[in-house]
Design a protein around this ligand. Structure first.
Ligand code: PLP
Length: 280
């Protein structure tokens, strides 16, 4: 794998073998998880929805007080990294921006950030996913809520909880007892024939797949009590690595259909619209 890296002694960016690329050991992305990231899908060597991803990267950076990332430089790095990995079919483009090794917090200065673009491969999307609800909550009022920071250890612990129960994704409730999101996905339910998803005030990440589903297929944003999971006739997850993926089991209980008619229609609309516009 070849990666693109800028800052950290690499100036405006270089493409290197992943084993050769080095970041300073005192980079705050490593020492305290002070960084932000994006995962972008690469299709035929082109990034999908890059403008939206870069906008969210900038929002996440602002949310933790990182110097504003140079989005043009990163877009260029994404192109170079995809070109350098053109053998990869379903590319998983991981953009990471960290604080670098300078002073922490408000005394940090511009120009010290480390930028990395690494291209891996997405696995095939399974026809459905089983989920487990974790027995602890996600705090929708946390200062990091809704930001895509490199402090994802809580999500890793939750995913591990799900995997130990033979599930592919974990689902969080928020502190109000409402549905929030998965560890790397947003969630939609069909309740009384209506497509609904938690609002951003419930604490989920503003998922780009979620955003596109709401724009292209419709659906309402509303607080959803956890108990409603038992009443859903269908449910699905959205995310860059899974697009729109039907949920089959919730904590071992089968939903009536996976995919049901609303999910199937949403999958079709997403595939069609996504294929006709690489930067929606
Ligand atoms: N929620 C979390 C916590 C995520 O990390 C992600 C994506 O990685 C998502 C939701 C889905 O967002 P997107 O559709 O932009 O991939």
């Amino acid at each position: 794998m070849r990666v693109w890296i800028a800052g950290a002694g690499y100036g405006r960016g270089r493409v290197l073998d992943a084993e050769e690329a080095r970041v300073p050991v005192l980079d705050h992305g490593i020492t305290v998880g002070d960084g932000v990231f994006e995962t972008v899908k690469g299709v035929g060597g082109q990034p999908f929805a890059l403008t939206r991803h870069l906008r969210r990267l900038a929002r996440s950076a602002a949310g933790i007080g990182l110097p504003a990332p140079d989005l043009d430089l990163i877009a260029d790095g994404v192109g170079q990294a995809l070109d350098a990995n053109s053998d990869i079919q379903a590319a998983r483009v991981r953009i990471t921006v960290t604080d670098g090794p300078g002073p922490l917090g408000s005394s940090r200065s511009d120009g010290e950030s480390t930028y990395i673009v690494a291209v891996g491969e997405f696995g095939e999307i399974a026809p459905h996913v089983d989920v487990a609800v974790v027995p602890w909550t996600r705090n929708e009022n946390d200062v990091l809520s809704g930001l895509k920071t490199t402090s994802y250890a809580g999500n890793v612990v939750a995913l591990d909880y799900a995997r130990r129960r033979e599930c592919g994704e974990a689902i969080f409730a928020n502190t109000a007892g409402n549905l929030c999101e998965g560890t790397g996905s947003n969630i939609f339910l069909v309740l009384d024939g209506r497509l609904v998803t938690p609002p951003l005030s419930a604490g989920p990440l503003a998922g780009i797949t979620r955003e596109l589903v709401l724009e292209w297929a419709g659906g309402d944003e509303e607080d959803i009590p956890m108990a409603a999971l038992a009443d859903a006739s269908e449910a699905f997850l959205t995310g860059t690595g899974r697009d729109v993926q039907p949920i089959r089991l919730v904590d071992g209980r089968a939903l009536p259909a996976a995919p049901g008619p609303v999910t199937r229609k949403t999958m079709e609309v997403f595939t069609e619209r996504g294929a006709s516009d690489m930067d929606p």
